[in-house]
Structures are given as structure tokens and as C-alpha cells.
Design a protein around this ligand. Sequence first.
Ligand SMILES: [Zn+2]
Length: 361
Amino acid sequence: MILTYNLKHGNDFSAELVKAKKIADFAIRTKSNTSKDVKHIGLKSAIANQILKKYRRRGIKKSSTVKLTIPGQSIMFDVQSKMAKIPCLGLELDCKYLPAFLKIRQVEIGKDLAHLSVEMPEPVICGTTRFIGVDCNTTGHCAVVAVPHTGKIHKLGRHALHIHKKYKSIRRKLQKQGRYQLLRQMKSRERNIIQNLNHCISKKLVQIAISEKSGIRFEKLKGIRYNKKQHHSFRYSINSWSYFQLQKFTEYKARMCGIEVAHIAPAYTSQTCSKCGSLGDRDKKRFQCVKCGHADHADVNAAFNIGKPVSHCAVDYAINSMSRLHKERDLCKGSTDTPLSQSGYQTATPEMLATVEPLTL
Ligand SMILES: [Zn+2]
């Protein structure tokens, strides 16, 4: 698994960055392949080669902010002092606050930040039959977490809707006024705020999963293909994009802690009663079961449905759809190799075992 960390480098590389921009423009113009052609610009050939490689690709027509790219073999890492040395730029980066990694793949240097891509050790994912269910919503809290084996509920991301509404009105206003540059700035600011929020929520989700000793189960998002690259004509809304990002962030954070992440088909999770499994009435945020009279907040009910132990046919269905959908196949192995049996539900309460009946899919 490769992760990227941003570090402040505290040096002034503006002269080198200007040269890098020149090389990138040269690469776009001429599709040149050798650093000899750009020797006169005066950037170190190891860096020049990387920039040429990146910008000579087909389809790149314009360079905006060009970073100095240093390949892994040009970086020396001192294990004792935890310093990464880049001799060709005379730069040292302090890595003592980074988690243990195997090696540095690449460093990209911008105006203020150095982006370190490091290879992390791959922890073993422990297969589990216990899951916490996460329901993602457009209204109310953006993630509602239910822990079926303890009955606990966590509500996360209360401010997401507020942020979304605030920026929507700002965007609309700027669009009307024709202030497109500011509009772009506002869009990226909103994106940054949501990204930050998603980092916080995903971190919290993993913490909950660790303390409950269980995996994390999400609802599969509609219109998102998990196994293939998205077609460029498909533009998902800011909401689906933000949930997709939340799932991706949670996936890699969980993977680092050896926690399994699963996706379940969203068939009836919001209309089914989490207590008895029959279909109920949903009115906005209220859920009422017709059969057993169980009443709950609709998002909480859905989260319990996502997290609770599912019946055999539903498990098969979930596993099938998972292996079809999951990008990281190795992630699924833990669950597909060990067929779930009734005895796997040792931790479930008798009440829950009663809910283990085939779902109508
Ligand atoms: Zn019911």
C-alpha cells in the first residue's frame, strides 16, 4: 500500500520550480524523451527525466503547477536519524513523525510542501463475522454508525449539510455575477473542507471498529463502479463524491489497522425493520415497523440493517457482489475463504439470531 504524506520543507526552490515549468512545457511541445535536450535549462537530470516522463504523455496539453519529482533511487534514507536526504537538491526531510514505512517511492516538491510517497507494510486483514454498519446520508448526520452486538449508536458529521448548503448558495451567487475565478476558488475550498471532514469521520470509524473488535460495513453506492475506472462522462454529484471519498479514506485507514471493510447491496436497508426483518413504513426520518411496532430514527434503523449479521443467502449475495465490486481483491479474501456458518454468530444475542432469516432480494 502506498501512502502520501505532506511535509513542510522550509526551503526556497522557486528557481528550480521555474526551471521545472520550462521543462514541462518543453516536454508537452516536443514530446522529448531525454534529459540531454533540456540540459541547457540547468535542472538535475534525475529530476528533469521524471518531469519529461510525466509531461510527455499523450493528452497533456498544459502544465499548471509543476513540482520537482525525485525518484526513489535518488533519495537516501537514514534509518537511525529518520532523515530522508535528497542530495541533488541538498534537502533533508525529517520523517520522525511518519509511521514506519518500508521505503520511499518518490518525493514531489512544491512551493511549500514536500509530498512523500511511501510504501507501507501490508497488515493481515483478520476475517470477522462482526461488523459495524455505516449509513451515509444526504440529510442530517452524514454518517450514522450502529454496533449491532452492543446496540450502540454513533452519529458523525453533523456539519456536512450545513457546509454544503452554505457553499451552494455562495456558488449560485457567484455564478450569477459571472465571477468564475472566485467560483473556482470557492469550489476548491468546499472540497478541502469536506475532505478534512471525511478524514476526521473515517478516523473515528476505524477507532470505533477497533474498540468494538469488528469490521466496517458500508452500503454500496449507487452509480459508482468499484472495480473499473469510472467513465469520464459519468459525473457524480458532490454528495456521492463525498461518500465515495469517505469510503475510500476509511478503506485505507482500516487496512493499515488490519480491519476488514465490506460493502453490502443497498436492497431495502432503509425500509426493512432491523428487529424483525419485515418491511416497514418510512416517513422522512421516522421508521415504524408494521409487524412488530418497532419505531426508530430511519438512519439508525438502516445502519443496524447494514451492520447486523446477515442470513446465508444474503451473505452469499454480499460476498458475490463484493468480489465483483471490490477493487482490492486481496481485501476480500479474508471473508470469502471462510464461509460463514451459524456457529460464527456466537456473539449475537438470541434476539439477533431470530432476525437471521432469508432476506427477500
Ligand atoms: Zn419489526
